[in-house]
Ligand binder design. Structure first.
Ligand code: GAR
Length: 204
């Protein structure tokens, strides 16, 4: 494969296990059409920052609270994206909603991983463990993960990949979250990132 790699930024807020999956799959060659050039964290205490540091990837913290407004928050992020010539944004456990003013500037260039089979258990208020709590409360027997493009509708953009995971008797939100991560998120997020990067590279 020839051509320049697509410059990727990964947005995080917490543990960063999906970031780690991306780093590992970049090393192993599953991701070959793009390269993670920047990590953006909304939280200065995110363990994801340690993962970025260990992998030698530049990382910045942009706190919405410190910026004072959504507009200032997004402006600051966009400055970093320009500085690093970012062409593709990956939301990997990023717990802030981006406005239409932001998402419309990156059409089909922002992807998100969500821990359910969209359109179930998604949209505003469904994030992290809450998604798995809702799945268990409803009593579904199959859940999973979805990677989709991000537009102005929370969790509403075009679906890129999905993978199903069985719910087991006695599951807690924590055990279900772990199974969905291991068996779905950590697999389809890197695959989807490669798929989108390869497409962007082809059109460059
Ligand atoms: C992941 O399960 C991710 O799908 C979810 O938060 C977790 C972050 O874990 N994201 C959302 O709920 C977004 N709506 P990580 O920081 O270890 O990757």
């Amino acid at each position: 494969m020839s051509g320049q790699k697509i410059n990727i930024a990964v947005f995080v807020s917490g543990g960063g296990t999906n970031l780690q999956a991306l780093i590992d799959k970049q090393k192993s060659g599953v991701i070959s059409s793009g390269e993670i050039r920047l990590v953006v964290s909304s939280n200065k205490d995110a363990f994801a920052l340690e993962r970025a540091k260990k992998a030698g990837i530049p990382a910045v913290v942009v706190s919405k609270k410190e910026c004072g407004s959504q507009e200032a928050f997004e402006k600051k992020i966009r400055e970093y994206l320009k500085q690093y010539n970012i062409e593709l944004i990956v939301l990997a456990g990023f717990m802030c909603i981006l406005s239409e003013g932001f998402t419309s500037k990156y059409p089909k260039r922002i992807v998100n991983v969500h821990p359910s089979l969209i359109p179930s258990f998604c949209g505003k208020g469904f994030y992290g463990l809450k998604v798995h709590e809702a799945a268990l409360d409803y009593g579904v027997k199959v859940t999973g993960a979805t990677v989709h493009f991000v537009n102005e509708v929370p969790d509403g953009g075009e679906i890129i990949m999905q993978k199903a995971v069985e719910v087991q008797d006695g599951d807690t939100p924590e055990t279900l979250q772990k199974r969905v991560m291991v068996n779905a998120e950590w697999i389809i997020l890197p695959q989807a990132v490669e798929k989108v990067s390869a497409q962007l590279q082809k059109n460059k």
